[in-house]
Write a new protein. Structure first.
Length: 335
């Protein structure tokens, strides 16, 4: 016999309406009451009829996540984190690939697929920061992710790129590094992850009283292992002394580790390396990779909750949320 909401209410000693509020994510419930209801749900094995609930609300129970590419380990892990955050709220996540060159970003915003989802989580890679026109006439809930566009009339969840990059640079300084290279710079970029992380790198050098040496800047297009190895090679071939490397993402850092190993340069004894994103692969490299954990779990949780609020009809002003970050020291900086 199937378990009903009435069964849960009787077990928890509350009304059916209270059980319904808990199941539907109503926030104004005392923690102890919510705990009793959730315990009763677990003990009885009650399962929400999501399809029926969504049908009554005129919703699909599905949300979209538009990201540039899944080949990049960071975006792959980000998609997994968002999927788990959506599942925890009884939502199905549909992942859309907009292309590493941003060729399908506007398509994602205007696609007929938006009729299949109740809202969209959108992470643009190349959209012009000054062009807010695509957001003027949206007729569905949207939450912005990333660093390409600020000021759009939607909720926005991002990471603290500048301060995190500054902290990564100072982490190398604290390990005794005096000639710190940076990998992943984009010449001429004024907005986006590369620009913000480069600013943070320069700020870290300034805080430490170190001069900026242009020879220690390794530019890279797409942030991958191959471009990281190539950027590391160019810096080493420049003749500039190097005893520390800040790579703007972990894929670049892994490529740098490979190039340093190929040249017989010991990490961390000769050169210390720190990355950014704290992807799982870095925990199993040799040596293990120090990195910046940019608050991926917090980003997913907050962004999904903001989208749910908008789907429910929340009309407050748009919010900007900056996720917390953490420096995660591992073997590549263990001097």
């Amino acid at each position: 016999m199937s378990v009903t909401m009435r069964d849960v209410a009787d077990r928890a000693g509350v009304s059916v309406k209270t059980v319904s509020n808990v199941v539907n994510g109503f926030v104004h419930i005392r923690p102890e009451t919510r705990g009793r209801v959730e315990t009763a749900i677990a003990e009885l094995g009650y399962r929400v009829n999501v399809a029926g609930r969504n049908l009554r609300r005129g919703r699909t129970g599905m949300i979209g996540l538009a990201i540039p590419e899944l080949r990049n380990p960071y975006f792959a892990e980000l998609a997994d984190t968002f999927m788990r955050a959506a599942e925890a709220r009884d939502l199905v996540l549909l992942i859309e690939h907009t292309g590493p060159a941003g060729e399908h970003e506007l398509d994602a915003l205007r696609s007929a697929r938006r009729q299949l989802t109740d809202g969209l989580l959108f992470s643009p890679m190349t959209m012009d920061p000054a062009d807010l026109s695509p957001f003027d006439d949206l007729d569905y809930p949207l939450v912005m992710l990333g660093e390409r566009v600020f000021g759009a009339p939607v909720d926005h969840v991002t990471m603290n790129n500048r301060e995190a990059a500054r902290a990564a640079t100072l982490h190398l300084v604290e390990r005794g590094c005096r000639h710190i290279a940076v990998l992943g710079a984009h010449e001429g970029e004024r907005m986006g992850s590369a620009a913000l992380r480069f600013e943070g790198y320069l700020a870290g050098l300034a805080d430490a009283g170190q001069l900026h040496d242009p020879r220690l800047v390794g530019e890279a297009g797409r942030w991958r292992r191959s471009t990281g190895a190539a950027a590391m090679a160019r810096v080493l071939d420049s003749g500039a002394p190097v005893d520390g490397v800040f790579a703007m993402n972990d894929a670049l850092a892994l490529g740098a580790l490979h190039e340093l190993h190929e040249r017989g340069i010991s990490v961390p004894h000769d050169v210390a390396v720190v990355g950014f994103d704290d992807i799982e692969e870095g925990r199993y490299s040799a040596p293990t990779l120090s990195s910046i954990a940019p608050g991926r779990e917090q980003t997913a949780r907050v962004a999904v909750d903001l989208l749910i609020e908008r789907i429910a009809g929340e009309t407050r002003p748009p919010r900007l949320v900056v996720a917390d970050f953490e420096v995660v020291p591992r073997g590549s900086t263990a001097r």
